[in-house]
Design a protein around this ligand. Sequence first.
Ligand code: ADP
Ligand code: MG
Length: 255
Amino acid sequence: MNATRSSATAGERAALAECKGIWKRFTTDEVETVALAKVDLCIRENDFIVIHGPSGCGKSTLLSLLAMFDTPTAGTYHLKGKLANELSLDERARLRNEQIGYVFQSFNLLGHLTVFQNVELPLTWRSMKPSERKERVISVLERVGLSHRAKHYPSQLSGGQQQRVAVARAVAGSPAFILADEPTGNLDSKNAEGIMELLHQLHAEGATLIMVTHQLGFGAKATRWVRLSDGRVVSTDRQAPTPTDGIIAGTELRK
Ligand code: ADP
Ligand code: MG
């Protein structure tokens, strides 16, 4: 994508997505969980934002709202100027398919489809020629080092391989907005670095990247670090947080 977009300052770049006063409550068996509490977040085009914080603090819930898989209990969410609450399920699905590549924390691969078919599936919802689809799937599987597994089923793969397929599926359509929920969480360091290289490249080409991770070392190139705690944004940093910023050492800073 163009250099102007990448080199523009944050103030000049258009808002791609904006959360204002977002609350998300889950009620199950009379237990109410406040997963997000009054979250404000403005995401500009070509941002690379790392979202971090302890387990259960609301990171996946926030990502899922950004992709419009779910709607807030209160507050507003705009994506590309459109108010999520006013869109029908079909409109949300279309916008998601056109704009968003989502890497699920738990992969969500379809067990009855091969690796190739899993990666191809979102492309079949677009008007794309079968030959172009095939080319894209082959190329992205090569990129994540799994072309030799194209005919395998998810159950025949390790957790790390499934995660790489999940990343391939998310980016095969060259989405403008990539939401990745702990995309390196199951990978050894070599494969994790390979996936980060791919995400960095897409960001350098103009994509907007939101990544949830405990492994802050992988977010070294981020433009913003947003920390959640008990559903609230407790800090927004322009530089990678360090252990002295009060973050518990250990898994969070593991490289
Ligand atoms: P994180 O990704 O930071 O580990 P989550 O966003 O998955 O945290 O969860 C935030 C809180 O919301 C947790 O307490 C979790 O148990 C709760 N939660 C998430 N999804 C649901 C749901 N569908 N129903 C009920 N509670 C949920
Ligand atoms: Mg999570």
